[in-house]
Design a protein around this ligand. Sequence first.
Ligand code: ADP
Length: 186
Amino acid sequence: MGPPGAGKGTQAKVVAEHFGIPAISTGDIFRFNVSEGTPLGKKAQEYMDAGEYVPDEVTNLMVRNRIDEPDAEPGFLLDGYPRTLAQVEELDGMIAFTGHRLDAVVVLTADQDELVDRLLQRAQVEGRTDDTEEVIRRRQEVYGEQTKPLIEVYRQRGIVHEIDGMGAIDDVTKRIYDALDVVPQS
Ligand code: ADP
């Protein structure tokens, strides 16, 4: 978890690879569907472009289908899900059913203003339509209102690892490994 631009996607890929499990990014799945013009993409696009969350029913069903895939059976890392309290509850239900367990919640912390700069730079490279300053600010607000409070929910379960997300990518990865107590591969 972490605010938009904190580096979740970047770190998720590295950490998931280390564990030999898929990194499941709801943002990536939505973007793929938008680019393919699927019905799911059509539903998601207007919300994404406005910096709002896609409705829970849509997102929940998509995640449920994804974690039912065989490659997720040994485990998986979720990037960008859950983002609402309803999603937290849905995820609890899903994994109770599949027999998985939530081992850890990694929270990447970062300075808001620095993140806006990062995202504006990324916009030039990746051309994401939701990386304009106005939409970025809205995404930060939505994160603060709907997602940040969930950290407390998981903290009460004792599984939160708060990691400083600023600095070099490798340094952040190392902090995550230290927190999760894993030995990095060279
Ligand atoms: P970032 O973390 O940089 O904001 P993501 O790529 O994770 O971006 O998500 C991009 C957009 O996809 C979000 O702004 C939102 O519209 C949609 N989205 C992603 N995950 C979820 C989710 N769990 N629930 C609702 N909407 C989501």
